[in-house]
Design a protein around this ligand. Structure first.
Ligand code: GLU
Length: 297
């Protein structure tokens, strides 16, 4: 029997806080209980915001918490060619298109619709869907604009991709959320519109890199916060388009601050390093997030 493979995949754009500690420790604990493997992945495709100092601090915090992971750690910025290869397959299949509109142009386009954008579709995170006018450009026009140096990202032609993937796209969810969020969950990627698979500035996007890496690393269980529950629909779609085996998902509750809001990297009081400097021990962190203390072995 193959061993289950879990991963914790932080972005080094700030320090780890209690929410990350919970996610990392939960993955580690589930991997141990299942006799599985625990991997770490540094998700640093956002080269403008990610820093090596944060990566070093993340490794330091996780080691202090008592976590052990396999080496080498996969750093996404070292693997852009893997994402480019996946993108090429989507381009060859005609399921993505070069999207030229800037954020400002998108806003202006939507504001210019009949009702000023009031009924314009929005994704589950509240962002407006991409207008997709350039979905219909001819190959010659695309080439001309690209060779003229116009910036562009690659976006999924969502309708074409959903048709290609076929009916019944779903994922196995092991979280303890409401009933409709457990068991086999129907995926509705169209709710996201034409999502970006490769940004203007980097040759991939979060969704594409996560899907490619989960497959390359043989991840069998994706355990992460509920804030990524809806995003799973897009990731399942991309897996289907690339012919990849989907993992099982478990979206856990988020650790909230005293104000009832999701913790953010800019809030210093729940940073692991700050708690450590104030005298907290790893066992205190485990208690604060409602997990058993880690034991070695
Ligand atoms: N890198 C993402 C984050 O820090 C997590 C992605 C995932 O677990 O799929 O929020």
């Amino acid at each position: 029997m193959t061993r289950p493979v879990f991963r914790f995949a932080p972005s080094p754009n700030g320090e780890l806080h209690l929410g990350h500690a919970y996610s990392a420790m939960l993955n580690h604990q589930l991997a141990r209980e299942a006799g599985g493997r625990f991997l770490l992945r540094i998700e640093d495709i956002d080269i403008g915001r990610c820093r090596r100092e944060y990566e070093d601090a993340i490794l330091r915090d996780l080691a202090w918490l008592g976590l052990e992971w396999e080496e080498p750690v996969r750093r996404q910025s070292d693997h852009f060619e893997d994402y480019a290869e996946a993108l090429d397959r989507l381009i060859d299949a005609g399921l993505v298109y070069p999207a030229f509109m800037s954020r400002g142009e998108i806003r202006a386009f939507i504001a210019g619709t009949d009702d000023g954008g009031a009924s314009w579709p929005r994704d589950p995170d509240g962002a407006a869907h991409y207008p997709g006018e350039d979905r219909h450009l001819s190959t010659a026009e695309r080439r001309a604009r690209i060779s003229a140096g116009e910036p562009y990202s690659w976006r999924i032609d969502m309708m074409a991709a959903v048709a290609h993937a076929g009916a019944g796209l779903s994922w196995r969810e092991e979280g303890s959320g409401p009933q409709e969020e457990c068991g086999l969950v129907a995926a509705d990627p169209a709710a996201w519109g034409d999502v970006i698979v490769a940004r203007r500035d980097v040759p991939t996007s979060y969704h594409l890199a996560v899907v490619v890496d989960d497959a390359i690393q043989g991840i069998t269980h994706v355990v992460r916060g509920r804030d990524l529950f809806q995003a799973t629909a897009v990731q399942r779609l991309i897996q289907e388009l690339l012919g990849l085996t989907p993992p099982t998902y478990l979206h856990h509750d988020l650790i909230l601050g005293d104000d009832g809001r999701k913790l953010s990297k800019s809030r210093r009081d729940t940073a692991i390093s700050v708690l450590r400097e104030a005298g907290a021990q790893p066992g205190d962190i485990a208690r604060m997030v409602g997990l058993r203390q880690l034991t070695s072995g």
